[in-house]
Design a protein. Structure first.
Length: 377
């Protein structure tokens, strides 16, 4: 978050509540490859980005939470007892409740929240919000947490209280991000390797403007299909399934395709990590293209707009590969681009997409940042 973002939350907090709060931030993320594999305990390759959710916080001596969203220009008062409403406040109240479940009692507090992580675009605005709020609430409670626990508790808030059965990838990278590096994360053991990213590449996020809401059921349905596939294949999760198993088992067609995506996507992550380590950027791009095709044909989580956007991007000069990113059903496409060509590529992709759809796409180049932190004020 740029310095002026911190100044905005500090000023709003002072104007509305008085006093000098503590300020915490947490980044959004890209996922280079490895989509819909985390909840099957598979492999992913995310990186934290230089878009941040920032939270100013101080105890208020009450039982309630008073939360201000500058993005929505809304103020909410949340009682001690959590009740899901379907609004953005579920993320705030759910984090408090998840901390209670972990044995940490968060007193009443005031929060001012601002974010420049685009919502619904597949760059995990929700995990950025959860981790920033959780880091802030831990400070008010006089508690601390190991980074791994922070990620797992934030994931629990989204699964149990927001109602999205997500895997741990988003919260994990938001906590553990390292500047200039992706993480190659094993979502079973939570062990990871750092993957240095070459200086001559750039990651371009192009927002299709088609919005998804993961609480609407499509995400949960895909996860249920994966659980069914694992059961029919005789494994606990699809991480343990192999291509040979698919060829020897008569699965229902839809479930077969879901399993084929997860099994092949795990292999693509390992191949991409190997290619990055040897500087074979073009191979990574090819694998990203294959990932998009699998998300489209086997997992059914793309849409016409993101399919078109990925096709345009992959065919643009300077682009190594592109794919839809995030939970799906819209959102953004991530393109791996030669750093010297990224500005021209962005203009070309947005122009061609807008001309074909009448949708006003937007794009931004991601800097690869560190994870959640307290900001000195």
């Amino acid at each position: 978050m740029a310095a002026h973002g911190v100044e905005i939350v500090l000023k709003e907090f002072s104007d509305r509540f008085g006093g000098r709060p503590r300020v915490f931030s947490a980044p959004g993320r890209i996922n280079i490859i490895g989509e819909h594999t985390d909840y099957s305990e598979g492999f992913v390759m995310p990186a934290a980005i230089d878009r941040q959710c920032t939270v100013a916080i101080a105890a208020n001596g009450l039982e309630t939470l008073r939360a201000v969203s500058l993005n929505r220009n809304e103020v909410a008062e949340l009682p001690r007892a959590f009740a899901r409403t379907g609004a953005w406040t579920d993320y705030v109240g759910g984090v408090r409740q998840a901390l209670r479940d972990a044995g940490i009692d968060v007193p009443g507090c005031d929060l001012v929240i601002s974010s420049d992580v685009p919502e619904g675009a597949g760059v995990s605005s929700s995990a950025a919000l959860e981790v920033a709020v959780m880091s802030a609430m831990l400070s008010v409670a006089g508690a601390s947490a190991q980074p791994r626990d922070l990620a797992l508790w934030a994931q629990a808030a989204e699964v149990k209280y927001v109602g999205v059965p997500c895997g741990v990838m988003d919260q994990f990278i938001v906590v553990h991000g390292v500047e200039g590096h992706a993480l190659v994360l094993d979502c079973r053991s939570l062990a990871y390797d750092l993957a240095p990213l070459p200086a001559d590449i750039a990651f371009l996020v192009i927002d299709s403007t088609v919005r998804h809401r993961l609480v609407d059921g499509g995400y949960a349905a895909r996860r249920a299909d994966c659980e069914t596939a694992a059961s029919l294949l005789g494994v606990r999760v699809l991480r343990d399934a192999t291509p040979d198993m698919l060829g020897k088992t008569d699965l229902p067609q839809r479930v077969f395709r879901r399993a084929r995506h997860v099994i092949s996507e795990n292999e693509r992550v390992i191949s991409a990590a190997r290619a990055l380590s040897t500087g074979e950027v073009a191979v990574v791009g090819h694998l990203m293209n294959a990932s998009h095709a699998s998300l489209r044909d086997d997992f059914d989580v793309t849409c016409g707009e993101t399919d078109l956007l990925a096709e345009i991007a992959a065919g643009t000069e300077g682009v190594y590969g592109a794919r839809q990113m995030g939970g799906g059903f819209g959102g953004a496409v991530l393109a791996l681009v030669d750093a010297g060509a990224v500005e021209a590529a962005a203009q070309t992709i947005v122009s061609r997409y807008s001309g074909a759809t009448d949708l006003k796409a937007s794009s931004f180049v991601c800097g690869i940042s560190g994870g959640a932190q307290e900001i000195a004020t």
